[in-house]
Design a binder for this molecule. Structure first.
Ligand code: PRP
Length: 212
């Protein structure tokens, strides 16, 4: 039996763009185009198995080796620091991690800053580098509400178009780090299936280079 290469892709628009890159690189799985809600698709002939995972879970599958490769946002990689290889910046899903606050916000450096975020480690590292004392309020979503209702002074969150901030009367006061989607690999999978993985990397890198 042919050895399978397991590929974890983030469910949603980004994942579909990424899948198109695999297809163009010569690693297709036609069944994926069928209109159904299945989450796992195989191309037995080529020995490929794709599955759609919740985006923030992709590094878990890859780190534990049930996926040999996968695609995850740099935000997730910085926050959870999975023990995986980062092979390629896919130049997709581009946005930035930023600090945002209400327009009326005036920082008082003598006071502990209350920071609401889903990305506690990223926020902690950012302010530690500045020697700033903060109180992190970890939330799981709708972070923008926090400074409006007085739960926090600022937020650290992902900004893509800026629309969410604008519609909630918040503004970016600093950029923490630019974010984009990355191709990641399980460390032993990368070793044992190196030839196939490198072929995928070359095929996808060629598409990125052709774009820029
Ligand atoms: C992110 C982020 C903002 C929004 C920013 O949320 O938390 O709410 O996108 O995008 P914009 O600048 O284009 O308005 P996401 O939709 O990823 O989901 P979440 O609520 O689970 O964080």
């Amino acid at each position: 039996m042919k050895q399978m290469l397991n590929i974890a892709l983030p469910k949603g628009r980004l994942g579909e763009k990424v899948y198109a890159m695999f297809e163009k690189a010569g690693f297709p799985c036609p069944a994926i185009h069928e209109d159904n809600r299945k989450l796992i698709f195989e191309n037995e002939e080529l020995g490929l198995r794709f599955f759609w995972a919740k985006p923030s879970d992709v590094p878990i599958y890859v780190e534990r080796g049930v996926a040999d490769i996968g695609v995850a946002g740099k935000d997730i990689l910085l926050e959870y620091r999975p023990d995986v290889y980062e092979l390629l910046d896919l130049d997709l899903g581009k946005c930035r991690m930023a600090v945002a606050a209400p327009k009326s916000f005036h920082d008082d450096p003598r006071r502990t800053l209350r920071v609401a975020t889903k990305f506690s480690r990223i926020a902690a590292n950012y302010y530690a580098a500045q020697g700033r004392e903060i109180d992190i309020i970890h939330l799981n979503g709708s972070i923008e509400i926090a400074p409006i209702i007085g739960l926090s002074d600022v937020i650290v969150d992902i900004v893509e178009t800026g629309t969410t901030l604008k519609e909630n009367d918040l503004e970016v006061i600093a950029t923490v780090v630019p974010i984009s989607a990355r191709l990641i690999a399980n460390k032993s999978g990368y070793k044992f299936k190196n030839e196939t993985i490198e072929e995928i990397v070359r095929g996808i890198a060629a598409q990125i280079n052709a774009k820029s």
